[in-house]
Design a protein around this ligand. Structure first.
Ligand code: HEC
Ligand code: HEC
Ligand code: HEC
Length: 273
């Protein structure tokens, strides 16, 4: 029994102080309603911008001695601030309601000391929620999902989801290296040809999320096109050094795209489970 309690105590202290873990709190489900796809726009974030602009508007006007507008902005701040608890009832407890009311009062009374005092308390309540939730909310809601993305494989004619398609591309990529290294250049050339087709066919999916064509040039522009052509030439010339060079350039494109498109999705998956 004592042993169990000890383990319990250790586990608790480990969780609280263990520097080896980074913990992210899952955002409350209520937030789903205020972000795409459920909502057209990220309206929770828009309300934050309103709160933040109102804070600035209030202080800027106080500095100028324009108390009428300062009061307008203070009231707008209160409205946006209280709206957080209405949108997400679980977060109501973060709000210092008494103090936001006193802040608006203080602006009405032109009481600079109290304005300082209460805006600090309210401001701290903003930061304490941000410390806990800003990062997980951004990860969970700012990235579109790839669930509906499908790509038609130009080699087999089949449709694949992105994960399975990536597995095919990776396989081709590695086999080009293996066959070339083993001196099987005919097989390497055939595989490089399939790889090249599959790689370019990735552009099918861009318009699911992007409205301009310019983005395609970043990964599939002239540089990539040249590397793909040079790869085939190098295989025909049985030049392993050059093959590796071109594979390196193409691999750099995989890497670039993954930094932007894969890493956030990996994190998002964890928070969405
Ligand atoms: C109970 C939680 C909570 C409270 C209270 C709160 N916020 Fe936020 N705030 C968030 C979350 C979550 C985000 C991230 C939203 C997003 O990126 O979609 C955020 C984002 C923001 C942003 C955008 C920052 C960026 O880099 O995108 C601003 C500005 C902001 N909040 C200002 C405020 C101000 C000012 C207050 C207080 C008057 C406040 N917030 C109170 C949760 C809160
Ligand atoms: C499921 C959605 C999705 C798909 C599909 C997608 N992207 Fe993106 N892409 C994003 C998001 C999200 C960002 C981050 C910037 C943003 O929010 O617009 C981004 C950013 C980029 C950027 C960085 C420049 C920028 O706009 O910030 C490039 C370049 C890019 N994508 C290229 C592509 C290409 C090329 C394809 C097709 C092969 C593609 N993307 C497919 C969601 C997607
Ligand atoms: C236009 C962007 C883009 C390009 C270019 C790209 N990938 Fe990916 N890749 C992704 C995305 C997005 C995922 C995450 C899919 C998911 O988890 O839903 C991914 C995932 C992967 C995975 C993990 C698959 C799994 O089992 O979860 C591998 C392996 C991979 N890519 C290999 C490659 C290789 C090799 C290349 C280059 C030859 C490449 N990718 C080029 C976007 C890209």
């Amino acid at each position: 029994m004592i042993k169990k309690i000890m383990v319990g105590v250790l586990a608790v202290s480990f969780l609280s102080y263990g520097g080896d873990y980074v913990k992210l709190k899952k955002p409350p489900k209520d937030l789903d309603k205020y972000y795409p796809p459920a909502s057209e726009n990220p309206v929770f974030l828009y309300n934050m911008y309103t709160a933040s602009t109102s804070f600035t508007g209030m202080f800027a006007n106080i500095k100028e001695g324009d108390w009428k507008n300062a009061q307008k902005w203070a009231e707008s701040l209160r409205k946006a601030y209280l709206k957080v608890g209405k949108m997400v009832p679980k977060w109501d407890k973060f709000l210092r309601k008494n103090e936001i009311n006193k802040l608006v009062e203080a602006v009405k009374n032109k009481d600079v000391n109290k304005i300082k005092k209460y805006s600090q308390i309210v401001g701290q309540s903003c930061s304490s929620c941000h410390k806990k939730y800003m990062l997980p909310v951004k990860i969970k809601y700012h990235y579109p999902s790839y669930d509906l993305v499908s790509i038609e494989d130009p080699v087999s004619g089949n449709e694949y989801g992105i994960e399975d398609y990536m597995k095919k591309i990776t396989n081709d990529y590695k086999l080009v290296k293996v066959y070339s290294s083993d001196g099987k250049f005919k097989k390497a050339l055939k595989t490089a040809d399939n790889f090249s087709k599959r790689f370019k066919a990735l552009t099918q999916m861009c318009s699911e999320c992007h409205t301009n064509k310019i983005v395609e040039d970043v990964y599939f522009g002239e540089e990539t096109e040249n590397a793909l052509k040079a790869l085939k030439k190098a295989i025909v010339a049985k030049n392993n050094k050059n093959i590796n060079k071109q594979m390196g350039a193409i691999g750099g494109t995989c890497y670039k795209c993954h930094n932007v498109h894969e890493v956030p999705i990996m994190m998002k998956d964890k928070l969405s489970k």
